[in-house]
Design a protein around this ligand. Structure first.
Ligand SMILES: Nc1ncnc2c1ncn2[C@@H]1O[C@H](COP(=O)(O)OP(=O)(O)OP(=O)(O)O)[C@@H](O)[C@H]1O
Ligand SMILES: [Mg+2]
Length: 252
């Protein structure tokens, strides 16, 4: 039995330089590796695509539709494998027992296969850190992009974690992204908020709007979610420990 599972989504905006094609943010990955290596609860990591996957998805114009273009599928998947390998390499230097896999092995028709509950819990019991990522997976008419944010929601439904943290390059959700004094500390279900979103250059999976939607679905499941800044290690550490530091999305 594993209790107190934490699910961490590492945004592509943290682990890559999102505006520079295929560029890692090595310093950020190292800071996060240090935090995870010292963290004492079972943790699952899902990472985003940043300037790796998003860049190619945009180039091949396949943001939200299924595709059979083998060239696009292969390039996007290859770029995600490269990003994932670089992260694992750094994590392993920090003695994290990473066990990485593409979501292609977990999903069947938009659902995570049931035996993965047992797989993941066994890995966590062995002190491993399962790590997966936004990727292209099989749909009924070809391959489609599954966002890391959606994977986190699906894993939450399966594993009922203690809390979920989305780490991005902002302290939380702002009413107005251009005014840093408008950070929303708490988002409650069934309340109305006025939020201004800007569009990202390389984001094909809906950016912060997708994140907020998944966070609301997770809160609906009864799990608290925080959106916080993965570029600020102390903030991230506090959020992982359940302290209210960014935008808290909650059912109560
Ligand atoms: N109202 C808002 N509040 C907070 N962030 C916002 C808002 N509107 C737009 N954003 C943008 O959303 C971005 C974060 O979402 P984005 O999807 O780009 O990051 P990510 O999920 O970390 O990356 P990836 O999708 O590659 O995993 C921020 O960089 C910010 O500029
Ligand atoms: Mg995103």
């Amino acid at each position: 039995m594993v209790n107190n599972i934490i699910i961490l989504k590492l945004g592509g905006s943290v682990i890559t330089a999102k505006s520079k094609p295929q560029t890692l943010n090595v310093r950020a990955i190292k800071n996060i590796a240090k935090i995870i290596s010292e963290f004492d609860k079972p943790i699952i990591v899902v990472h985003g695509a940043g300037s790796f996957g998003h860049y190619f998805a945009k180039r091949f114009r396949i943001s939200n539709k299924q595709t059979t273009s083998t060239k696009a599928i292969i390039q996007i998947r290859e770029s995600m494998i490269k990003l994932n390998s670089s992260i694992i390499e750094i994590f392993n230097k920090y003695k994290i027992n990473t066990l990485s896999f593409s979501p292609i092995s977990m999903y069947n028709k938009k659902n995570i296969l049931l035996h993965w509950e047992d797989y993941l819990k066994k890995m966590l019991n062995m002190d491993m850190v399962p790590i997966t990522y936004g990727d292209m997976i099989l749909g009924s008419k070809g391959f489609y992009i599954i966002s890391g944010d959606v994977i986190v929601k699906d894993l939450t439904r399966m594993l009922n974690p203690r809390n979920v943290v989305f780490a991005s390059d902002i302290d939380g959700i702002y009413s107005d992204i251009n005014d840093k004094s408008t950070l929303i500390k708490k988002v409650q279900l069934n309340k109305r908020y006025s939020i201004n979103f800007n569009t990202q250059k390389f984001d094909v999976t809906g950016g912060i709007q997708t994140k907020l939607k998944q966070a609301l679905d997770i809160a609906q499941l009864g799990t608290n979610v925080q959106i916080t800044n993965g570029l600020r290690p102390r903030m991230l550490m506090k959020a992982l420990n359940g302290e209210h530091i960014g935008t808290l999305i909650t059912g109560d």
